[in-house]
Design a protein around this ligand. Structure first.
Ligand code: M6R
Length: 613
């Protein structure tokens, strides 16, 4: 979703704002803009399209800022992606400029009032009302107070950054429902939607909480509530550095992140797993949380997209090994059902970003109804872990590509840890079997490394199928979610292709009617309790002349005669097979998208984190 950067410091302000904004490109956007305060007042520039269009326009007609400015990449919600609708937005006199991420739900009513008060609007956006609202309040109040008073009138979500001609040394920001962080450098300070924006300059950050307002200058930070009550918070130090958020020689972040999976999973495991002793150690808060689970506990997993698929795999393992009843819900549906939650319910919210609007709303609903909430999250300090009762961080490092890869395999790893730790607590697994499972879990980074060796074979297969326009992905049990995830990866980054994932057993109930000569069907046929059933499904597709691309376990010779294309991954317990199957699925999507000339890291119409409903 929209990227925000605000800066107060030293020249060259425009260059700093553009560099920082460029590091938020991964969020997905369709236009970009910048505003600076200089001796002419507020100067603004906007362009539709990529940030490079904005950069080119500034090269052609330079823009100078002295010490203060804001920039924005917009993902359109209200009004088409045009220059007029791009941010920053100004008040009537062009003396205030602001950028916004979120949705102002009561904008129509506010706009009507402001029009009645004589304000003139230029855009169709909800954001512009905020500029006029601050202008209106600033007629009677100092700027900081006017900003807070305007915020109190907003319904919906916002991360905001404001500058004003009358106050050329201060940058104002606020958040409610959309992420915003403060970066503290030497003689300079930043506001940004996400940490990568500021990493080249500082690793000292303050995560803003809901309904907090911040005033930044080169000499300090003033953090307050919406009512102006002061808040004290120490900055935290980000544990990863800029290299983690750069491509480092890879053509795309997605490929870099696929290749990083052995180390990402290693990071997820490292402080928690002691396979030799048969032990799993979570932090104190999580241990206390887990010790409060009752014998009647039921789990409801809520998540969106790829994280939802991780949750579906979690359902199989938690039910089979830890004997906990599990429901898995799309967060966007969960929030509008009347779920039966009580004190024996734990809602597990799985999310890479920790900011997904639907998952966050689901967390709030769960808490209102008295359920406990455990978050599985990648981004430290983000909203969902802060609202949950406990959090298990995935520690996968920053995931920049819109398509989730290493976050998914790290989420699966956390679910393995959780499942096995509960199975142990409940006495459902013998020590010998537990040690065996934990040993395999500890070997996953190595097994993923071996799974990555399929890339040359995948490239060949991708060449063969790159021109196909429809794909099915089929799997059963633990690899039914893998089928959904494989299809999502492909359609997400290669929008020319239609891809659907199904439970293989569902084929006969409808989807098989579409299979015709040459239709590629990716089968998950690794070693499992349902292997033979999957082979029967493969035969059904072959009987209709579909092309079977089979992902099987190493050493499975018998499968060859069923395959038009065969990819093998290391043989492992069925429980762990989805994490290895994910690798060829991700690589296949990547190489097909590449051959189709797609914008892999920033597919059209998609945003990295969906912070609006
Ligand atoms: O940040 P989250 O994990 O909550 O995001 C959920 C989905 O938006 C996300 O997984 C999305 O489906 C990915 N782009 C898939 O690759």
């Amino acid at each position: 979703m929209c990227g925000i950067v605000g800066y107060v410091g030293k020249p060259p302000v425009v260059q700093t704002l553009l560099d920082c904004l460029g590091r938020l490109e991964y969020r997905g956007y369709d236009s970009a803009g910048i505003a600076v305060v200089n001796d002419k007042g507020i100067e603004i520039r906007k362009r539709v399209g990529k940030i490079k269009e904005l950069v080119a326009s500034i090269k052609q007609k330079p823009l100078d800022g002295e010490r203060l400015g804001i920039s924005h990449s917009r993902w359109a919600t209200h009004g088409e992606p045009t220059e007029v609708n791009a941010h920053p937005h100004l008040d009537c006199r062009g003396e205030l400029a602001l950028v916004h991420n979120g949705i102002v739900e009561n904008y129509a009513e506010l706009k009507a009032r402001l029009l009645g008060q004589g304000h003139r609007f230029r855009s169709q956006t909800d954001t512009e009302v905020i500029a006029h609202l601050v202008e209106e309040h600033a007629k009677r109040l100092p700027l900081a107070e006017a900003f807070r008073s305007a915020l109190k009138e907003l319904r919906g979500s916002y991360a905001l950054c404001l500058i004003a001609k009358r106050d050329p040394t201060h940058l104002y920001g606020a958040r409610a429902g959309s992420p915003l962080i403060v970066g503290l450098g030497k003689g300079e300070a930043f506001l940004a939607s996400d940490v990568p924006a500021v990493l080249a300059r500082t690793r000292r950050v303050i995560y803003l909480n809901e309904q907090e307002v911040v005033e930044l200058s080169t000499s300090g930070v003033k953090l307050t509530t919406l009512n102006g009550a002061p808040i004290t918070r120490k900055p935290s130090t980000v544990s990863w550095d800029l290299s983690a958020a750069q491509k480092e020689g890879y053509d795309h972040f997605m490929l870099k992140e696929i290749v990083e999976q052995p180390s990402a999973v290693e990071q997820t495991l490292c402080t928690r797993l002691d396979a030799a002793k048969g032990q799993i150690a979570f932090d104190r808060r999580t241990r206390t949380f887990l010790s409060r689970l009752t014998s009647q506990e039921k789990f409801v997993i809520i998540a969106c997209g790829t994280a939802y698929h991780a949750g579906l795999v979690g359902e199989y393992m938690l039910e089979e090994l830890a004997h906990v009843p599990v429901d898995v819900d799309l967060a966007s549906e969960f929030r509008y059902r009347a779920p039966m939650l009580d004190r024996d319910t734990t809602v597990i919210a799985i999310t890479q970003s920790g900011e997904t609007a639907d998952t966050l709303a689901g967390v709030r609903l769960a808490k209102e109804q008295g359920a406990k909430v455990l978050a599985i999250c990648n981004v430290m300090g983000s909203s969902i872990p802060r609202e949950a009762d406990a959090v298990i961080y995935t520690h996968a490092g920053p995931e920049i590509a819109v398509a989730s890869t290493k976050a998914y395999t790290s989420q699966l790893t956390v679910l393995y840890l959780l499942t096995l730790s509960l199975a142990k607590r409940r006495g459902l697994v013998t020590s010998a079997r537990l040690r065996e499972l934990l040993t395999t879990l500890g070997r996953l980074p190595k097994l993923i490394e071996r799974a990555l060796e399929v890339e040359p074979a995948i490239k060949r297969i991708a060449r063969r199928y790159a021109r196909a326009r429809d794909f099915y992905y089929l799997g059963r049990r633990y690899n039914f979610p893998s089928a959904l995830e494989g299809a999502l990866k492909l359609k997400e980054i290669c929008p020319r292709i239609h891809a659907e994932g199904y439970a293989a057993g569902e084929m006969k109930h409808g989807p098989i009617s579409l299979i015709r000569k040459g239709w590629p069907v990716v089968f998950l046929a690794t070693d499992s309790a349902v292997y033979e059933k999957v082979v029967s499904n493969i035969e059904e597709v072959r009987a209709r002349k579909g092309e079977c691309l089979i992902i099987a376990s190493e050493g499975d010779r018998a499968i060859r005669r069923h395959a038009d294309a065969l990819i093998t991954v290391p043989k492992t317990e069925e429980l762990f097979s989805p994490i290895l199957a994910a690798i060829p699925l991700q690589l296949l999507a990547y190489h097909i998208a590449r051959l189709n000339g797609c914008d892999i890291d920033q597919p059209p119409n998609l945003a990295k984190s969906v912070t609006v409903e």
